[in-house]
Design a protein around this ligand. Structure first.
Ligand code: SF4
Ligand code: SF4
Length: 129
């Protein structure tokens, strides 16, 4: 089991510094890997990262919802989307994403689609070494 960061992640970065095994990796290049990614082989499922996320983007793998109901105004960030997002992160650095969509209240999103991207990052993406 591992924890999974979903497309609700907007690269705030606060989760990275609380992980005791330093297994949360910044996605680069941002155009291809817009989130942070959790190394499934290193994550000890301590849960410390979950409350740090201002966007509630992190779940236990078997608890990632396939029917996430938007409260309205939050963003998802996925390749293929073309919305623009700009904000300041946990470190006062500017974050710009051009693959987002702002969700409407009550909109249902299947976040389980995001699980594979996390594994791909470490199997054949930049997290592989
Ligand atoms: S705290 Fe949340 S939004 Fe920020 S990098 Fe971690 S998962 Fe992404
Ligand atoms: S659950 Fe714990 S070990 Fe896994 S990514 Fe989060 S802080 Fe790190």
């Amino acid at each position: 089991m591992t924890h999974i960061i979903t497309s609700l992640c907007l690269r705030d970065g606060g989760c990275i510094e609380v992980c005791p095994v330093e297994c949360i990796i910044v996605g680069k290049p941002i155009e291809e890997w817009p989130w942070m990614y959790i190394d499934p082989d290193a994550c000890i499922d301590c849960g410390a990262c979950v409350p740090e996320c201002p966007y509630e983007a992190i779940f236990m793998e078997d608890e990632v919802p396939d029917d996430y109901e938007a409260t309205g105004g939050e963003y998802i960030s996925r390749l293929g989307l073309d919305g623009h997002y700009e904000a300041t992160d946990h470190y006062d650095e500017t974050v710009i994403l051009d693959c987002v969509k702002k969700l409407e209240a009550g909109e249902i999103v299947d976040l389980t689609e995001d699980i594979q991207a996390n594994y791909d990052f470490f199997s054949d993406g930049p997290g592989y070494d």
